[in-house]
Ligand binder design. Structure first.
Ligand code: HEC
Length: 177
């Protein structure tokens, strides 16, 4: 009986000891990693930005590829038979920047006629997803690509149109632009 008690006492003691040591280590681990701020390389974004603003179409090509190409296609030709107009050769895309900026901010809806084809589609508003800079970049890309020639668009241009059209809630029609 005595031996059993002594054994029990010893094993309880060792379990207690192990617990104390473990809890110390565990606490130490959490304190160490929990209190360290996540380190973000301040140059990471800069590197990406300068890498994509090289001779590859600039940052606007990236936005175009992620968003616009799904409908207007990578070559800017759109799918007119599917109510998606081309941006290649588009007068609106290349002309007075206020129009394409308004379209990307608030959307656009038909009917319109492009290259002899009746188009009656609807493009969504991107004002909540894209920053002034992203819209400037993507439109600059569109205006310099697919054989187009239009002036670059700046973030300030987009900001001005965004402010002037802030109360707009529906897509533009061609007559309203
Ligand atoms: C989900 C499909 C879709 C996406 C994504 C899309 N568009 Fe459109 N876009 C359209 C449709 C449809 C129209 C024509 C709507 C109509 O019938 O008037 C249009 C029209 C336009 C026009 C007017 C062209 C013209 O000559 O009338 C411009 C400029 C334009 N889009 C730019 C963009 C840009 C830039 C992006 C990316 C930020 C983009 N679109 C993303 C579907 C889309």
């Amino acid at each position: 009986m005595n031996t059993v008690l002594r054994l029990l006492f010893h094993s309880t003691l060792s379990i207690l000891l192990v617990c104390v040591i473990t809890s110390c280590n565990v606490k130490g681990l959490f304190t160490k990693y929990g209190d360290d701020p996540v380190w973000v390389d301040p140059n990471a974004a800069k590197e990406t930005a300068s890498a994509s603003s090289a001779d590859d179409g600039g940052p606007g090509k990236d936005v175009y590829g992620r968003i616009c190409a799904a409908c207007h296609l990578g070559n800017g030709k759109g799918v007119p038979a599917n109510n998606i107009p081309p941006l290649a050769g588009s007068e609106i895309a290349q002309g007075d920047a206020t129009k394409p900026i308004s379209i990307v901010l608030h959307g656009f809806m038909g009917p319109i006629e492009r290259g002899g084809t009746q188009i009656n589609g609807q493009m969504a508003a991107w004002k909540d997803q894209l920053s002034d800079q992203q819209i400037a970049d993507v439109l600059t890309y569109v205006r310099k690509s697919f054989g187009n020639s239009g002036d670059p668009v700046s973030a300030d241009d987009v900001k001005a149109v965004r402010e002037a059209t802030a109360s707009r809630l529906t897509p533009y029609t061609e007559a309203e632009l």
